[in-house]
Write a protein that binds this ligand. Structure first.
Ligand SMILES: [Zn+2]
Length: 308
């Protein structure tokens, strides 16, 4: 299997980087078959039935070019990274925002999963897989996209609780910052889990009814439909000139910060964007919200108008 081959090729300097800068332990590096394809770190993603689906490809830490931090191999799509955890019927699980964050949590014995599609992507059919897990926690990055994303997940999984990272992780700080930069341990993270709360204003019933899922799914279906009908490349090109630089992405100067070099990347395949300068990221909806200063329902209305 190619994933194992890449894993066997993992250079020591990359293993050191994963351990020291990403807080990922050796056993987790080996168990999850992190590898090296000659230019990028390979993270194999498996589907619900355990079959290999595609690779997430993380940038070489020594690569100083403005190439994106994370790419997806051909055939990539939004998948849940960590199905084996859910299928093992755990008492507790954490949904976090990225592959490396997931592996940092796993390295501390905390069961975790993530969407491979970023903060803005979480499929309603995945949400149902969490309905039997008693304690579901959502912990996204400490920024606007992360907060929008985690609220969306919390709506989809009505008994989940939102974990707040302490302010010291800084703006757009994440799980990895908590462990690596702040030097905190797994027990300290469990302290955050104890303080986690449900979405404000949500009915406090412990378990969701099937009707909850239907209502949320119907709304989510509309959101997903609208998102799939709008081409993110076309939408963003209305605001900033885009330049296609590869098969999988195009770049622009970021409309959200003073950007001298184009550090704003649009990924038509996953219908998402990410700025490597200011960390702003998301989908068509978060782009519109930020660009036009709209609320979520207002952005939806604009999308409906675009679609006629
Ligand atoms: Zn930016």
């Amino acid at each position: 299997m190619i994933a194992r081959q890449y894993h066997d090729n993992l250079p020591q300097r990359i293993r050191d980087y994963l351990r020291q800068k990403r807080g990922i332990s050796d056993p987790v590096i080996d168990l999850r078959l992190l590898g090296w394809n000659g230019s990028r770190i390979t993270i194999p993603i498996f589907n619900q039935s355990g079959g290999f689906a595609f690779f997430k490809l993380a940038k070489d830490p020594e690569d100083k070019s403005d190439s994106p931090k994370m790419l997806t191999s051909p055939g990539g799509h939004a998948e849940l990274y960590g199905w084996e955890r859910i299928l093992a019927n755990p008492e507790q699980i954490i949904i976090c925002e990225g592959e490396f964050d997931r592996l940092a949590l796993e390295s501390r014995g905390l069961a975790a999963v993530t969407s491979t599609g970023g903060a803005g992507t979480f499929r309603p059919e995945w949400a149902e897989a969490f309905s039997e897990i008693p304690n579901v926690y959502v912990c996204f990055d400490n920024d606007a996209a992360g907060q929008t994303g985690e609220e969306r997940v919390a709506r989809l999984i009505p008994h989940s609780k939102i974990v707040r990272l302490p302010e010291e992780v800084g703006e757009s700080g994440d799980v990895t910052d908590f462990f690596v930069r702040l030097g905190k341990n797994g027990e300290e993270f469990e302290g955050l889990l104890k303080a986690a709360q449900g979405l404000p204003g949500r009915r406090s019933s412990a378990q969701p009814s099937s009707q909850d899922y239907r209502v949320v799914s119907a709304m989510d279906e509309e959101v997903d439909t609208l998102k799939s009908l709008v081409d993110i490349e076309e939408l963003i090109a209305r605001y900033v000139p885009l330049r296609r630089t590869g098969q999988n992405y195009c770049v622009a100067r970021c409309p959200f910060h003073k950007d001298r070099n184009p550090s704003f990347v649009v990924y038509p395949q996953t219908q998402s964007f990410h700025c490597f300068g200011c960390s702003e990221h998301g989908d068509v909806i978060s782009f519109l919200m930020r660009m036009e200063r709209l609320t979520f329902p207002e952005a939806l209305r604009v999308l409906r108008e675009i679609n006629g």
